[in-house]
Design a protein around this ligand. Structure first.
Ligand code: NDP
Length: 283
C-alpha cells in the first residue's frame, strides 16, 4: 500500500459504457482524502473482450476493479474465487486482488446493509422488498446473511420473484415468500422495513410505486435504492407518515466505501465521498 511519489496503484471500472461514470469522482475523492497515490480508471470493455481485460488487469498489477452490467455474472469464470455473498448471489460487482488471486465480491448489498444498519439492525426483522432484479437479489442475500427474520418479495414478474424467493429459502434457509404485484400493495402490519429495489423512480420524481400509503405506519423504516433523484416520491410519502427513510445515494456511497476498504485497507471518509458524488451527479 505504500507508494513512491511517481507510482500509482490502479483500480478500475469495467463496463460497456464507461464514459462519465460519476463514481470515479467519488472513489478518487477517497484516495485524495487519505493521501493515497491511487487512481481509479474507467475502461470500456466489450463482452467478447472481458477475459482478456481481466487477464490484463491481473498482469498489470491492478489492485482490483468494479464491474457493471453486462459483466457482473460473466466475469465469474475468469476469477480465482468468490466472497460469500457473491457466491450466493452469483454476481460480482467488485474484484479484489488478494495475494496473487482475483476474488469477486458484491458490494451492492453490503452498501445497502451499511446504510440500513445506521438506522436499524435487520436481525430478526420482518421485511417487505419490492423488486427481484439484480439490486433486490444483492440486498436480499445480504439481509439474509445478516439474520433477517422474514423477507416478503413483491414483484411484478412471477418467475423472477419465484427465483429470488427460492434462492433465499433453499440457499440461506430464510423465511421468504412471494407476492405477485398487481395493484396497490398493502404492507402488512408488523412489518419493520420496506425497501424499493425496483427501478421505479429513477430520474423521475413523479413516478409512483404502487403501494397503499395508508399501510405505512410510523416506526417503519422505508428505504429506496433510487439515487437520482435523492429524495424520491416514496421517501417523501413515507416521511410524511412518520416513517424513518433511507435514500439510495447513501447505498451508492457505502458500496464505494466497502470497495475502497477492500482495495486499500483504509476505511474512507464517507462525507468526502458523498460530496464528490453529489457534485459529479449534479444533485
Ligand atoms: P433490474 O432490471 O435487474 O430489475 C428491475 C426491477 O424493477 C425488477 O424487479 C422489475 O420487475 C422492477 N420493475 C421495473 N419497472 C417496473 C414497473 N414499471 N412496475 C413494476 N416493477 C418494475 O435492475 P437492478 O435490480 O439492477 O436495478 C434496480 C434499480 O436499483 C435501478 O434503478 C438501479 O439504478 C438501482 N441501483 C441502485 C444502487 C445504489 O447503490 N443505490 C445499486 C444498484 C442498483 P420485473 O421483474 O417484473 O421486470
Amino acid at each position: 500500500m505504500s507508494q513512491g511519489p511517481f507510482l500509482h496503484e490502479l483500480v478500475g471500472s469495467m463496463s460497456t459504457g464507461a464514459a462519465g461514470n460519476p463514481t470515479v469522482a467519488m472513489i478518487e475523492a477517497a484516495f485524495a482524502c487519505h493521501g493515497l497515490h491511487w487512481r481509479y480508471v474507467n475502461m470500456e470493455v466489450e463482452p467478447g473482450d472481458l477475459a482478456a481485460a481481466v487477464r490484463g488487469a491481473k498482469a498489470m498489477g491492478f489492485r482490483g476493479f468494479n464491474c457493471s452490467l453486462p459483466h457482473k455474472v460473466t466475469v465469474i469464470p475468469h476469477l480465482d474465487g468468490l466472497g460469500e455473498s457473491a457466491a450466493v448471489m452469483g454476481a460480482v460487482n467488485c474484484v479484489v486482488r488478494r495475494g496473487d488471486q482475483l476474488i469477486g465480491e458484491n458490494t451492492d448489498g453490503k452498501g445497502f446493509l451499511k446504510s440500513l444498519q445506521s438506522v436499524i439492525d435487520p436481525r430478526g426483522k420482518s421485511i417487505v422488498l419490492f423488486g427481484a432484479g439484480g439490486a433486490a437479489r444483492a440486498i436480499a442475500v445480504e439481509l439474509g446473511l445478516a439474520g433477517a427474520g422474514r423477507i416478503t418479495v413483491v414483484n411484478r414478474s412471477q418467475p423472477r420473484g419465484e427465483e429470488l424467493v427460492g434462492l433465499l429459502r433453499d440457499t440461506l434457509g430464510l423465511a421468504a415468500d412471494l407476492v405477485v404485484w398487481n395493484g396497490d400493495y398493502a404492507v402488512p402490519s408488523g412489518t419493520d422495513i420496506v425497501i424499493n429495489a425496483t427501478s421505479i423512480g429513477l430520474y423521475d420524481r413523479q413516478a409512483r410505486l404502487a403501494i397503499d400509503l395508508d399501510s405505512l405506519a410510523p416506526g417503519m423504516v422505508v428505504a429506496d435504492v433510487i439515487f437520482n433523484p435523492v429524495r424520491t416520491r416514496l421517501l417523501d410519502d413515507a416521511a410524511a407518515r412518520g416513517c424513518r427513510t433511507i435514500d439510495g445515494l447513501g447505498m451508492l456511497v457505502n458500496q464505494g466505501i466497502v470497495g475502497v476498504g477492500y482495495w486499500t485497507g483504509v476505511e474512507p471518509d464517507a462525507a468526502a465521498m458523498r460530496t464528490a458524488l453529489e457534485a459529479a451527479m449534479g444533485v
